[in-house]
Design a protein around this ligand. Structure first.
Ligand SMILES: [Zn+2]
Length: 147
């Protein structure tokens, strides 16, 4: 099993976890959010692992729950703006917290509005951040989907 090293954003401890190669490779999303609990008092961390087993981002938020809520909610929009991720690994070091999260969550399916809801950022601001990320070549594009 591939082992993954990450630093917990809450207690700053570096942890090594083992992930199932099959689970990562067969996941629909890339990167794949993996929920870890550790420490005392116990706390939860979401680690985003891409298909090459690189850690793309870590989050202390209850982000998996919010992804699931959004995916199970009926789609309200007929015209959606969808950020498309780059196929290659992009540098995240110089990005701010919100930008890292957008790059980690963009899967070519979730729309700007859905990401705004997950990240708790106003949709207009999220759209501007996406456009900046395209200019900075951290996202492939923002496509418009009419449904
Ligand atoms: Zn921790």
């Amino acid at each position: 099993m591939p082992s993954i090293k990450f630093t917990c954003p809450i207690c700053k401890r570096t942890e090594t976890i083992e992930v199932s190669e099959e689970k990562i490779q067969s996941a629909e999303r890339n990167p794949v959010p993996v929920l870890i609990t550790h420490g005392s008092p116990e706390h939860a961390v979401t680690v985003f692992i891409d298909k090459s087993f690189n850690v793309r981002a870590t989050s202390a938020a209850d982000i998996i729950q919010r992804i699931q809520d959004t995916e199970s909610a009926p789609r309200k929009y007929t015209r959606r703006h969808v950020p498309v991720p780059k196929q290659t690994k992009v540098q995240l070091d110089d990005l701010d917290y919100a930008q890292v999260k957008i790059v980690a969550l963009a899967d070519g399916d979730k729309s700007v509005d859905e990401l705004a809801e997950i990240l708790d950022i106003p949709a207009m601001r999220l759209k501007i951040l996406c456009e900046q990320l395209v200019k900075m070549e951290r996202l492939e594009s923002v496509k418009t989907v009419v449904e």
